[in-house]
Ligand binder design. Structure first.
Ligand code: NAD
Length: 330
């Protein structure tokens, strides 16, 4: 018989995709979140609307399951995390500490914590042509203020719970996950979704605003690869933090051009240097990922962006912000 597991943050982008993935694999899945998934119904066998900042709710969320995928967090793109540090640190610390302790008391066997590339030190990310970040580069620590420090602290908490209490913990460091069913508007969206939305709404030959000079670089990982990697890590015996991302470095300007090509539009860029742009460059070193999981993400950026663009156009059409075309009907 397959195990019963809980996914926290199951109303969010990655959590919702992970629930679908685990259900397909035959798991009995409980989803927990403070909200339901936005764009389609959950696939979870049961879904509990709970505020996981509260201790009693974490006890309820983790009761009767053998594994916890801990994804719930205050989360957003650079525009959000640079301006909501206290909220992020307060809420995510409460969620995560209560979740791991409740999991322990409920006799959960394994807990996977979702960390971030934002734990990597700022001093290693000052060049657009950045050296890919290896797991051990995390120290000496100089994480992203607020969001990154909370993640780093929880990575260590996972290690302490494993060493002192015998709770099997897994820690994954995501590098910019993107894809359909992710937030694309409202302030929490990340760069691929924001760029897709702006280009979808722009005329052919129009101009979109780009944050910073657009020469800052990142790598992006498609959601299907992300959930596959999460699952493989959970099943592995590797207890240390592991990167999960692609290692193809691309500038924001290049990303805009890729999306414009998918949209079939000529797009001009207007750079706003007053807007936050985060670190200058960030890339994932996937050596350990390959070694540990015998696998690495494979969906190309072009394929992932095309699917994401199509999803966002469809949503803009459903909400009346774009006239209906055949794309959404397809
Ligand atoms: P998301 O915002 O879509 O999902 C997070 C979910 O947590 C949301 O549905 C939110 O409602 C829920 N949540 C927030 N506060 C809660 C509370 N008090 N109680 C219950 N649920 C609550 O973000 P995501 O992109 O799906 O990220 C999932 C996890 O992966 C997060 O921990 C995030 O920090 C981490 N992560 C994501 C990325 C990325 O590129 N998307 C990168 C690095 C790390």
């Amino acid at each position: 018989m397959q195990k019963k597991v809980v996914v926290t943050g199951a109303g969010g982008f990655i959590g919702h995709h992970l629930v679908k993935y685990l259900v397909k694999r035959g798991y009995t899945v409980r989803g927990v979140d403070i909200k339901l998934p936005e764009y389609e119904p959950t696939a979870a066998h049961e879904f509990e609307l709970l505020d996981l900042r509260r201790w009693s709710n974490c006890l309820q969320a983790t009761r009767g399951v053998s594994e916890v995928y801990a994804l719930a967090a205050e989360m957003g793109g650079i525009g959000f995390i640079e301006t909501h540090k206290a909220e992020i640190v307060r809420d995510s610390s409460l969620i995560n500490l209560h979740t791991i302790e409740a999991a322990r008391l409920n006799g959960v066997q394994r807990l996977l914590f979702t960390s971030s590339a934002c734990i990597y030190p700022g001093y290693l990310q000052k060049d657009a042509d950045v050296k890919p970040l290896r797991e051990e580069d995390a120290y000496p620590a100089d994480a992203e203020d607020g969001y990154g420090w909370e993640k780093l602290y929880m990575e260590r908490t996972c290690r302490h719970y494993r060493e002192d209490f015998g709770l099997e913990t897994r820690v994954v460091r995501f590098h910019n996950i993107f894809g359909p069913l992710g937030t694309y508007d409202g302030g929490r969206e990340k760069s691929p979704a924001a760029i897709c939305r702006k280009i979808a709404l722009a005329e052919d030959g129009g101009t979109i605003e780009v944050w910073g000079d657009g020469q800052q670089t990142r790598s992006y990982c498609y959601i299907d690869d992300c959930v596959e990697g999460i699952y493989r890590l959970m099943r592995s015996d590797y207890p240390h933090p592991l990167n999960l991302g692609q290692d193809r470095l691309i500038s924001i300007n290049e990303l805009v051009h890729l999306v414009a090509a998918i949209a079939g539009k000529k797009i001009y860029l207007q750079h706003d240097l007053t807007k936050p742009q985060g670190v200058r460059g960030r890339n994932s070193d996937n050596s350990r990922l390959r070694e540990v999981l015998q696998w690495e993400p494979s969906v190309s950026l072009e394929t992932g962006l095309a699917r994401t663009y199509e999803f966002i156009v469809g949503e803009l059409e459903k909400t009346g912000r774009l006239p209906i075309t055949t794309m959404a009907a397809a």
